[in-house]
Design a protein around this ligand. Sequence first.
Ligand SMILES: *[C@@H]1O[C@H](CO)[C@@H](O)[C@H](O)[C@H]1NC(C)=O
Ligand SMILES: *[C@@H]1O[C@H](CO)[C@@H](O)[C@H](O)[C@H]1NC(C)=O
Ligand SMILES: *[C@@H]1O[C@H](CO)[C@@H](O)[C@H](O)[C@H]1NC(C)=O
Ligand SMILES: *[C@@H]1O[C@H](CO)[C@@H](O)[C@H](O)[C@H]1NC(C)=O
Length: 380
Amino acid sequence: MASLSHLQLSLLLLPLFNLPFVSSSWSTFERERDYSNWISWNLKNYQQRATRKVESLVEAPAGRIKALDGKLRRAEMNRVRIWVCQKGTGDFKTITEALNSIALYNKRRVILMIKPGVFREKISIPGTLPFVTLSGDASDPPTITGNDTASVSGSDGMPLGTFHSATVAVDANYFVAINMKFENTAPHEIGSPGGQGVALRISGTKAGFYNCSFYGTQDTLYDHKGLHYFNNCFFQGSVDFIFGYGRSLYESCYLNSIAKKVASVTAQKRTNASLASGFSFKDSVVTGSGRVYLGRAWGDYSRVVFSYTFLDKIVLPQGWSDWGDQKRDLGVYYGEYKCSGPGAANLTERVPWARMLTYEDAKPFIGTHYVEGDTWLVRP
Ligand SMILES: *[C@@H]1O[C@H](CO)[C@@H](O)[C@H](O)[C@H]1NC(C)=O
Ligand SMILES: *[C@@H]1O[C@H](CO)[C@@H](O)[C@H](O)[C@H]1NC(C)=O
Ligand SMILES: *[C@@H]1O[C@H](CO)[C@@H](O)[C@H](O)[C@H]1NC(C)=O
Ligand SMILES: *[C@@H]1O[C@H](CO)[C@@H](O)[C@H](O)[C@H]1NC(C)=O
């Protein structure tokens, strides 16, 4: 199994692309750890953009420019920390106990500082617990592990289903995870029914994941719904390992297939043209074993874009799959922009409905504006 340090090494080996405007200002910002600096950076940028009124490189579409939302701003200014340590030197020994200590309809950012360890807990963060952060140590991230699958019986004797198989289920808004490892260790044989085992399901909106890793086989990350941002994260799975109808930006992420045969990396479920959902992968890597489609259409209007991403030789020449339903060829939006590597070198066999994007086409997808980041992204 690849470790996070392997991930970080691999990301360092990524070819350097022309980083657009937003990325360079982010990295300047990265050096400023202090939250109040971030607030002023955010506000300053907002004001600059509002007055500039230019179509600069990666500019948010008109009308989307807003300052950090008020509820979030207040929550961040009143941060509290809780320590979780299995050895008993923190406030709680389990993540579940720590979560249970938070008042419902909590209005403050509550950061669970989690000491290294393997936590065999099934975690549910309900909608009534917004502003929760799970924070681990970058050098030894804590693991939350489980092995439920869709076919395992729940407390009512009925099969859990994919939705409830998740080791960690987040229904709350404004969730953040930093340096965490989420795992579902259920084994899976391709074609066996009920083998779906979700490591993490995110159904709340405005969620950020930094330096996290997600391990599973079939259906690793259920990117269910809402606005999500993933940075420097690692995903491992065999089939559809990122799926759902979230509107998400994956930046500098590493998608590692452990498929043995033919599989799909994503299954994005945009079911109608008016849904603003889709997955955008930027500055990322698709690699591993098997032969993979970049995406297969779970919904008729499935939308996925890969930009500036290294596509390894495991990517099938056809690139994308309509899941055997040809009417989806007309509705899906499967785009590629400035990808590199053997999987992007020869596009003659790409399905005709794959889109090779121009800069203008790609622009809406290749910045944090894609997830309305101005209003809620708080750099950890
Ligand atoms: C899941 O993990 C538990 C605890 O380690 C174990 O007892 C059980 O056999 C596992 N189930 C499967 C299907 O592997
Ligand atoms: C993420 O990992 C990198 C590399 O190990 C580290 O430098 C950085 O501080 C981590 N980010 C956070 C938010 O901990
Ligand atoms: C599109 O799908 C969403 C979510 O399922 C639904 O709420 C909405 O009504 C649908 N819109 C149309 C035009 O079908
Ligand atoms: C690209 O692939 C096609 C079909 O497999 C093949 O005929 C062609 O020679 C390839 N082109 C290059 C430049 O490798």
